[in-house]
Design a binder for this molecule. Structure first.
Ligand SMILES: Cc1cc2nc3c(=O)[nH]c(=O)nc-3n(C[C@H](O)[C@H](O)[C@H](O)COP(=O)(O)O)c2cc1C
Length: 202
């Protein structure tokens, strides 16, 4: 299967990079084809221009390629830290420019954009790995877990990806080497469950 892996973290020595690498290694070991984008490394331009907004707009080649890949993906893996309850701006811009009308969703005939769109992504599962420095209970009850809502409801649910899975690793700043090693083991296990060797996506 073809799996897209999208990473948004500026530091190659970060735990987020280690997560992405562990996920890629496990996907490849399971026989999948991986399309990997380290958005900072490729200097992805996150600014959606006015000309690009309309469905059917002419797109720059780099964006066209991103769109083609995400439309063809059987599975999607996203890796990023919690920054102010949101993805880093570079990834928000990737969503703005790539998860676009005609590629990831469309409105039904007679609907000018006010209704509930139809999801177009063919991927059957999306797996989001997040890191943060906030304990789970506080993130959930004090902040309302905004990242869960964004990825599950606002993005993948809306775009027709039926299987949504998310794993949050916390608290990074006080974590030990052993803890981080175990977390990377969890990443590999998650990949094995969702994108197994037998070519199925759960
Ligand atoms: C700009 C910025 C905003 C952040 N906002 C939050 C936040 O809202 N909640 C939180 O728990 N951690 C926040 N953090 C901490 C990061 O989530 C944390 O450094 C990261 O998950 C650690 O992973 P890493 O070692 O891969 O960088 C923020 C960090 C930065 C740089």
């Amino acid at each position: 299967m073809q799996i897209s892996v999208i990473l948004a973290h500026p530091d190659p020595a970060s735990f987020n990079h280690a997560i992405a690498q562990a996920a890629i290694d496990a996907l490849k070991a399971n026989g999948h084809t991986v399309f990997f984008h380290d958005l900072y490394q490729e200097k992805f331009n996150p600014l959606l221009s006015g000309k690009e907004i309309a469905k059917g707009a002419t797109l720059p080649v780099a964006i066209k390629n991103h769109c083609k890949e995400i439309a063809a993906a059987d599975g999607i893996v996203i890796v990023h830290p919690n920054w102010w309850g949101q993805p880093p701006a570079i990834l928000k811009g990737w969503v703005d420019r790539v998860i676009r009308p005609g590629v990831a969703y469309e409105f039904r005939e007679g609907d000018n954009g006010e209704g509930v769109p139809k999801g177009l992504l063919k991927a059957r599962a999306a797996l989001v790995f997040n890191t943060s420095n906030t304990a789970t209970q506080r993130e959930k009850y004090f902040f309302g877990d905004p990242l869960g809502t964004i990825w599950k409801n606002c993005i993948f649910g809306l775009c027709g990806v039926a299987g949504f899975h998310r794993r949050m690793f916390n608290v990074i700043v006080t974590s030990s080497d052993i803890e981080r090693k175990n977390w990377l083991h969890t990443v590999r296990q998650d990949i094995d469950i969702l994108f197994s060797k037998d070519d199925t996506v759960r």
